[in-house]
Design a protein around this ligand. Structure first.
Ligand code: 13P
Length: 342
């Protein structure tokens, strides 16, 4: 492992004013997104859609530091035959790859999940590195509900994140470590805080036990927010303050950066939370975005599968990327939402 190079890539992923585009939806997930806009999900439509995003020149060169790809996409060519990964590299963004293989029910823990994909991971990482991937992602999913999460689910998912991260670093790939506490339930913000704290502590314990170099990774956490079905939704400021308090207590300063998932927040909420956290300031790590839905919902709507809408889709993507870029510097305001990118 060359830690200096891993650290260089990690720092480039969280470069000031830039963040990550999570375009790594599995085939099943992108089908759900396409169903919502009445677009059939085929290899060609998935390619056309992602090509549209990656050819958004302003967004990709100014606001996006890297793109998380799905296995299908990393091997795909654009309509003119250029590999999609080359288009990303040409805009100075770093290609990354989702390497987990989704979730399975966790034995003995009804309702809980374990992320799978460790078998053959070392060999797959070697192939992805050769293709040009310089970072990877693995998402662990923790749900909050009656009696869950169990210690078991937290422990085995943290252990898998540690195994994944160690294998990535051995393959000279920066691991994005993503322990996601879902916001689906009716729990309040303090319960989210408590569970996220346990999950982050277990995750960093495993990373240390498995000798992962913290300087060569990126953390991708959820924000501390109330469950979607909770009757008391916290303000933007409360969520920002509670998230920062938790991260300061749980995330070592050696970690080069933190890039949040959006997790089902509205586009503007995800931007406002990131902005509010960066306005608090005085943090040991840059805080930026690694959004999937909060960057893509608007371009998906604007595009709707029609070639004549490609420019509109790109403009919607550029707008969201610019808003989140400003939020990563604590320079976003709500009134900018109405001014489309120049
Ligand atoms: P969302 O921002 O839609 O939560 O997706 C980010 C991601 O990569 C989840 O693994």
């Amino acid at each position: 492992m060359n830690l200096a190079d891993l650290n260089k890539v990690a720092l480039a992923m969280v470069k000031p004013g830039k963040g990550l585009l999570a375009a790594d939806e599995s085939t099943a997930t992108i089908k759900k997104r396409f169903d919502a806009i009445n677009v059939p999900s085929t290899e060609a439509t998935r390619r056309d859609y992602r090509e549209m995003l990656f050819r958004s020149r302003e967004a990709m060169t100014q606001y996006i530091s890297g793109v998380i790809l799905y296995d299908e996409t990393i091997w795909q060519n654009a309509s003119d035959g250029t590999p999609l990964i080359t288009i990303i590299e040409q805009s100075q963004a770093i290609p990354g790859i989702k390497v987990d293989e989704g979730t399975q029910p966790l034995s003995n823990c009804p309702g809980e999940l374990i992320t799978v994909g460790l078998d053959n991971l070392a060999a797959r990482l070697r192939k992805y590195y050769e293709r040009g991937a310089r970072f990877a992602k693995w998402r662990a999913v923790i749900d909050i509900g009656g009696g869950i999460p169990t210690m078991t689910a937290i422990h085995v998912n943290a252990h898998a994140l540690g195994r994944y991260a160690a294998l990535c670093q051995a393959a000279q790939i920066v691991p994005i470590v993503e322990p996601e506490v879902l916001m689906d339930g009716d729990h309040d913000i303090d319960r989210c805080h408590e569970v996220t704290e346990r999950v982050l502590n277990a995750t960093f314990r495993e990373l240390r036990l498995q000798r992962v170099a913290l300087e060569g990774m990126i953390l991708k956490p959820n924000m501390v927010v109330a469950g979607k079905k909770c009757s008391r939704q916290a303000s933007i400021e409360e969520a920002a303050a509670k998230t920062i308090r938790l991260l300061k207590a749980s995330v070592p300063a050696a970690v080069p950066g933190i890039a949040f998932l959006s997790g089902g927040q509205s586009d503007q909420e995800a931007t406002a939370h990131l902005d509010a956290m960066n306005r608090i300031g005085g943090l040991p790590w840059p805080l930026t975005f690694s959004y999937g839905r909060a960057l893509q919902a608007a371009p998906q709507q604007a595009w709707s599968g029609k070639p004549e809408n490609v420019a509109a889709g790109q403009s919607a993507f550029t707008h969201r990327a610019r808003m989140n870029s400003l939020a990563s510097k604590g320079e976003w305001t709500a009134d900018l939402e109405n001014k489309k990118a120049a």
